[in-house]
Design a protein around this ligand. Sequence first.
Ligand code: PHB
Length: 402
Amino acid sequence: MRKLKSLLGLSCLAGAMLALPLAAKAAETVKVGLILSYSGQAAASVEEMDKAIRLYVKQHESELGDIKLELIRRDDTGPNPDMARRLAQELITRDKVNLLTGFYFTPNINAVAPLATEAKVPVVIMNAATSSSIRLSPYLVRVSFTEWQQGYPLGQWAAKQGMKNAYTAVTDYAPGHDVEASFSKAFSDAGGKIVGQVRMPLKNPDYIPFLQRIKDEKPEALLMFVPGSKDATAVMKAYSELGLQQAGIHLVATQDCVPDDELPNMGDVAPGVVTIGNYSVSATRPANVAFVAAWKKEYGPDSVPNFFAVGAYDGMAAIFDVVKAQKGKIDPDKTMELLKHWKNDNSPRGPIMIDPETRDIVQNMYLRRLEKVNGKLANVEFETIPMVHDMWPKLNPETPAH
Ligand code: PHB
């Protein structure tokens, strides 16, 4: 019996040895937890992000060779930090993901950041745009944009146009507060005056009473921010239905108010609204023309990508690059080093790079005018502000730990 056992042992050992070369060859699997708001108020924009992710994977999966990339999708249902934290916890402890990505809403990534630090899981933020979020964990990198990147140059531009006073109306949560602060700082530093500020609810907002009040105040300019998706359509409709433009109030807004895919739903927004952003589908850069053509081939001639989609597309590019560079064996600190120095000279939105100091995106910001092109509303770029760094970290230096 003992002999049989030792024989079995031997043969197991031999089997194991035989299996070794095969095991060494076996494909690496990289698990990526993708947390997005597939349902709730941002579902339409998140659908755009998911389409971009699917398109990127389809175009590039052959580059991974036999590395298997497993995307595990989870729905955080909207601005819901408790849900996001729970989902991230499960993805980390049960599914043992190597990376986390997605994150449409700031409160959700803010809730997940401490888990990323604790478990050393790198996170590629594909949307959430509040400047301070990035400081919540050394394992975060952002490929989308920040609201300071938009509000600050927009405030400077508005003052340069000779606008003397402005009213601000933003959704009442962190990214809205960033738009309000960044625009107000730049505009007043350049001699403009903020004559009023309102903050509108994040959940179930009715924009009409807020905009009616602003119409009665008759400011020269109105700065607006809402968090994309259907809220953008609702606020733009309220702006035109109440006749603010006819009342001589110039709307200046962040791109969040005019996602390209929502424009056809906005009815008759009077052309001339100026917005700032990192991406417009109508941009004629060759990389964008190719991206839009591939998108339409995949999703039909009436489907267009928006800036949320481009954030997700570039987020996948960053993830693919770190997976390929490590041949599928993901080391968290090596991954962060790679992400801190990641760049893409040829994104559909133009050249982009991560600032290794802040782990935040550096990119062109474009001033655009809402115009009818071939009978359809479009965000037409008319001025480029090259390679904009977020101003917020410069104005809010980190206090060294004691
Ligand atoms: C955010 O919650 O950070 C956020 C959401 C939607 C946007 C911009 C920022 O359009």
